[in-house]
Write a protein that binds this ligand. Sequence first.
Ligand code: HEC
Ligand code: HEC
Length: 290
Amino acid sequence: MADQPEIDRLTGQKTTGHQWDGIKELNTPLPKWWLYVFYASILFSLVYVVLYPAIPTLTGYTRGILGYDQRVQLEASLAEQAAARAQYIDRIAASDLADIQSDAELATFALAGGQTAFADNCVPCHGLGGAGQDGGYPSLADDDWLWGGTLDDIHQTLQVGIRADHPQTRTSMMPAYGVLNMLDEGQIADIAHHVLTLAGDAAEDAEAAARGAEVYNIQCAACHAADGAGNTLLGAPALNDRIWLYGGTHEEIAAQIYEPRHGVMPAWGRLGDDAIKMLTLYVHNLGGGE
Ligand code: HEC
Ligand code: HEC
């Protein structure tokens, strides 16, 4: 039932004229600020629809008169990045390792690429940041090198692998002195005592170490050097630096003499020359590069 709008006595506000059983409806207008924001947003959306891609159609969408398109922009910026990348890759392909290293911008790119390739391919064996793992996976972040730590040495190691299936793979075999009965267990125990002294520790059993030293000089010094310094041409680890592939207890050393592990690292040629270069620089940069 509709009455004439009137002024409500209690609130002093206008009514709408509607009333039910004597209850009248106040006419409460929307706040002005709200209305203006509302109108402004309608205006904004109209302008937006005209300027930008907005309304789906059967075959696509309305493009808007500005011609702006995020998809096109994305493609353009991807293409730009790809071009920048390709330019770096070309320069890496054309430069030798030392040149890449001395070009700060190129080196930054190469190290980033090397880091990614390292995470994808090397971390399972060599650990995060090349920290190494027990069981014969050497740390690549120290300056103790089996096969040498210059850029060229590392590059060669990656290219051909170690005891891998590459025809020129790095290879050298410590004889299995125990398995092949070249030395008996007593001699092996003696030599292990001597090896323990190479790093400068006092011998646990000085007599055994002295007996071991004689055999060591005949059997082992050719590869590991008389003072235990090792030989990177033969991949023979230093025995005098307290850094061990297979552990440095008497028992672990004796086990290695009895039956060496002959650690294997795959060749990485399949990653491509550029990736190998970037990996080489990354490994060299880990802290131990020579
Ligand atoms: C399947 C395990 C395995 C993977 C994967 C692996 N390595 Fe190795 N890597 C080894 C082992 C084992 C050795 C030590 C071999 C030996 O006893 O001489 C080694 C040795 C090396 C050396 C020689 C270190 C030295 O002291 O001379 C370098 C450099 C190296 N790895 C780099 C890499 C890089 C870079 C990658 C990734 C592209 C990689 N490795 C992936 C197992 C692995
Ligand atoms: C033909 C060279 C060669 C000769 C000879 C040789 N080694 Fe080795 N040795 C290696 C190589 C290479 C390794 C690396 C690990 C492997 O191949 O098993 C190694 C590893 C070792 C290790 C492990 C080092 C570590 O970091 O854990 C010990 C210990 C060792 N040799 C002791 C000896 C002793 C003792 C003799 C003599 C009885 C000997 N080696 C003779 C080449 C040789």
